[in-house]
Design a protein. Structure first.
Length: 146
């Protein structure tokens, strides 16, 4: 007879990665195997595959990032459009579809110089982009690579 403790522990065990997580891992493996192809064409192709409204936001984010910090190199990162400096991802765009969330995400890696005291935002939910958000994103991207 099993104790209640061991039965409870077994029922809480992780079932492993979700299908979305496994897809992101597969994407990352393909990215690592790929030769240093043109990152911008890969990013633009990935954005073109996105459903609306993420496709429009992805195109606009790409333009904002390229205009704000032309030195950032577009590339794919876990199947997401990302932008790197010295081969280190600084920021990325994750569609709402990626993990079936209700909003897209614009985020920064730990390589971004956004530190402010003991706590600062590292990702932002995006439902749509207005001029105000575009201005804020441009400023954040510039600060991230400063």
């Amino acid at each position: 007879m099993k104790s209640a403790k061991s039965t409870t522990a077994n029922s809480k065990k992780s079932k492993g990665f979700t299908e979305e997580e496994r897809g992101a891992i597969r994407d990352r493996v393909q990215e690592l195997k790929a030769d240093k192809e043109d990152g911008e064409s890969l990013v633009l192709a990935k954005i073109a595959e996105m459903p609306e409204p993420d496709r429009t936001m992805g195109k606009r984010l790409h333009a904002i990032i390229k205009e704000s910090v032309p030195a950032l190199m577009p590339r794919l990162w876990y199947g997401m459009p990302a932008y790197s400096k010295d081969d280190k991802v600084v920021c990325f765009f994750q569609t709402a579809q990626k993990f079936k969330t209700r909003y897209a995400t614009f985020g920064f890696s730990d390589k971004a110089n956004l530190d402010e005291g003991n706590m600062w935002p590292a990702a932002f939910a995006l439902k749509r982009l207005t001029a105000a958000e575009e201005t804020r994103i441009a400023a954040l991207v510039k600060k991230a690579v400063s």
